[in-house]
Write a protein that binds this ligand. Structure first.
Ligand code: HEC
Length: 221
């Protein structure tokens, strides 16, 4: 098919579908830092990493991922359309300033301080200087009231762009600028192993209880 014909076919298809630019399949508009909304339903999303312990900054964090992000494959960037939401909670402190721990030895989640969002789509995040680019990821931060945090969201890029060898502080391009990248895939691999263990135990003992299943996964925390 020559170019002219295919171009006019696209034009006809656009007319029939009532506008390519605004239709449901149109690519999302190019967004910049601070323009990504806090998703209303993120608490129903799968967890990326739960109960992140940050005694150094007196916080506990919960990180959620949207469905698209769950299809990511280790060694590859997260697919376009991926989003993460991270809740930052204050860790409860004792009157002497030391941090409280619960029966499980973990920090105790106090009040919500902020909700951080990051998402990627083709064309997003290209309005910053090349050395600040994090692929197509853009960043936004919200107070519990829903207002934007005071910090300029461009400042979010600093930590996510830096590559540290173990990925505990920065992520860099090898981890698609997602700081808990390695931990997520390690945890996912461990989860698969749990299923394999449960399946083999089931086969050997003719069934396994929910309690056994919980004990197996508790071993892997
Ligand atoms: C001081 C360094 C630093 C800055 C600045 C920073 N982050 Fe992060 N971010 C981290 C670390 C470290 C993690 C991993 C979780 C943890 O250990 O607390 C993280 C994790 C995240 C995650 C979960 C996905 C992932 O990368 O693991 C999101 C979403 C996120 N940050 C958004 C933001 C937003 C939005 C801002 C700006 C408002 C921001 N971050 C600024 C260090 C930073």
């Amino acid at each position: 098919m020559n170019l002219k014909i295919s171009a006019s076919l696209v034009a006809i298809a656009c007319a029939v579908l009532a506008g390519c630019a605004t239709g449901p399949d149109a690519p999302p508009a190019a967004l910049a830092d601070g323009q990504l909304a806090q998703p209303a339903d993120y608490k129903t999303w799968p967890k990326f990493i739960s109960n992140v312990q940050r005694p150094d900054i007196k916080q506990v964090r919960e990180i959620y991922m949207n469905k698209v992000a769950t299809t990511a494959v280790r060694g590859q960037p997260f697919p376009q359309g991926s989003q993460f939401v991270m809740e930052n909670y204050a860790a409860e402190a004792n009157p002497d300033g030391t941090l409280q721990t619960g029966p499980d030895g973990k920090l105790v989640k106090g009040k919500l301080l902020a909700v951080f969002v990051m998402g990627k789509n083709p064309g997003w995040g290209q309005n910053v200087a090349p050395e600040l680019r994090t692929g197509n990821w853009i960043f936004a931060g919200y107070k519990p009231t829903g207002d934007k945090v005071d910090a300029d969201p461009v400042s979010c890029r600093g930590c996510h762009i830096a590559a540290t060898p173990d990925g505990t502080k920065g992520a860099g391009p090898a981890r698609d600028f997602v700081i808990r990248y390695d931990q997520y895939f390690d945890q996912k691999k461990a989860g698969l192993t749990t299923e394999a263990v449960v399946a083999s135990l089931s086969a050997a003992h003719g069934g396994i209880s929910a309690h056994d299943l919980r004990s197996v996964s508790a071993l892997q925390r």
